[in-house]
Ligand binder design. Structure first.
Ligand SMILES: *Cc1c(COP(=O)(O)O)cnc(C)c1O
Length: 399
């Protein structure tokens, strides 16, 4: 055994001893990243089509991004929300410009963005009715995070059951089935929450009819439409936010993952009647929106604009689509191909765990699954057609 391999094994042993075991991790220790490649402690190079779960949109070690966050690190990291800071104003303005929303609140994670969005919905309905007791409609097979509020609206019994009782007043409809949503609406309903493209659930885009129908339903019943763009937002669909393709606008939306390109930052945004529902004192965070994370978010948003990332996603996304269509045509075990831009999924007629593992350990290709039977492709948004070709060679060899 080489020394490097021994060292890698040692790190794994120490991590298993120290870290609370809520994950079954793959036996690889990543040490550094460069562009769309990762390197383990043994020096092996991996092509990354997972991007740290749709986070590393600009890839690893982008020089311009690194320079900005390093400069901020040397200047000011944190001061609390009792004071103002310039990066928060900068990042906030850019995010509003990209989304055409009106107000933004920065959080530390996706799940916290969901918590804030749920609080807006409850507060809005409380202001309207002068009482509590409101209900939220969420979708089956959704994923919104692991904190208790977000878990309450995550339509997955397996995740929920051990932690019950959860938030009361949550009902689950079937994604892309407007009648199933209508059937759950009553005088107490304050919001409908869904991902514009379901991510963890297996890469299911909302149909246009469904999203427009839910928007109209929310308008008719004075309910808020909350769209979770944590995974499908930030350019991944080929639009800044996936809902922009549909010609609807949510009242509240959540963002995280790619927003900080690795620095933990999320946000919830609101507009129209939702923009002023919460008042000073209703919500807060110690870290959220500090100058360090906001400088990172501001830089990500600026680099997206300067480098025309959306155009790039549309080009490479179309190429990936074509190549995965060909792949699906060659292999009977692939049953469906879904997605948009650089959030695509291949559904297999069997669990994909073995393929994902072989891809990683033998072909040095980082892939992630979405549910048991779907391989999801959420690479850094800066991948090129050559990377797509290389990925397909490695995927082929992993079958
Ligand atoms: C990842 C994810 C979340 C949770 O984000 P965390 O940062 O892990 O808390 C919520 N919603 C969607 C759609 C996600 O993909």
């Amino acid at each position: 055994m080489t020394d490097d391999r021994k060292e890698q094994g040692l790190v794994i042993d120490r991590a298993e001893q120290a870290l609370y075991k809520t994950y079954n991790r793959f036996p690889v220790v990543f040490d550094r990243g460069e562009g769309v490649f990762l390197y383990d402690l043994e020096g092996n190079e991996y092509l990354d089509f997972g991007a740290g779960i749709a986070v590393m949109a600009l890839g690893y070690s982008d020089p311009e991004y690194n320079l900005e966050v390093q400069e901020q690190l040397g200047k000011l990291m944190h001061i609390s929300n009792l004071f103002y800071n310039q990066p928060a104003a900068d990042a906030g303005e850019r995010l509003l410009k990209a989304s055409r929303m009106e107000k933004v609140f920065f959080t530390n994670s996706g799940t916290e963005a969901i918590e804030g969005a749920l609080k807006i919905a409850k507060r809005y309905a409380y202001n309207r009715d002068g009482r509590g007791g409101h209900e939220i409609i969420a979708m089956r097979h959704s994923f919104h995070g692991r904190s208790l509020g977000a878990l309450s609206v995550t339509g997955n019994d397996h995740y929920q059951e051990p932690f019950a009782p959860l938030l009361p007043g949550v009902k689950f409809a079937e994604f892309n089935n407007l009648d199933s949503v209508k059937a759950l609406v009553n005088n107490n309903t304050c919001a409908v929450l869904m991902e514009t493209i379901q991510g963890e659930g297996g890469i299911y885009p909302a149909s246009e009819e469904f999203l427009k129908g839910v928007r109209a339903l929310c308008d008719d019943h004075d309910m808020l439409l909350i769209l979770d763009e944590i995974q499908c937002g930030m350019g991944r669909s080929g639009f800044w936010f996936a809902w922009q393709e549909y010609g609807v606008r949510p009242d509240v939306m959540t963002v995280a993952k790619a927003l900080g390109n690795g620095v933990p930052v999320g946000a919830f945004l609101a507009c129209g009647k939702a923009a002023h529902a919460m008042k000073p004192g209703d919500h807060g965070t110690t870290y959220g929106g500090n100058p360090f994370v906001c400088r990172a978010a501001d830089t990500v948003l600026r680099l997206f604009e300067e480098r025309h990332i959306l155009d790039h996603v549309n080009l490479v996304g179309a190429y990936l689509w074509e190549k995965l269509e060909e792949f699906a045509g060659r292999h009977d075990c692939v049953t469906v191909h879904r997605g948009k831009g650089l959030i695509q999924g291949l559904e297999f007629d069997r669990p994909v765990g073995d393929i994902v593992k072989r891809a990683l350990l033998e072909e040095k290709l980082v892939l992630i699954s979405a549910g048991a039977n779907v391989i999801r492709f959420v690479p850094p948004l800066v991948i090129t057609q050559d990377h797509v070709d290389l990925m397909l060679e490695k995927l082929e060899a992993s079958l």
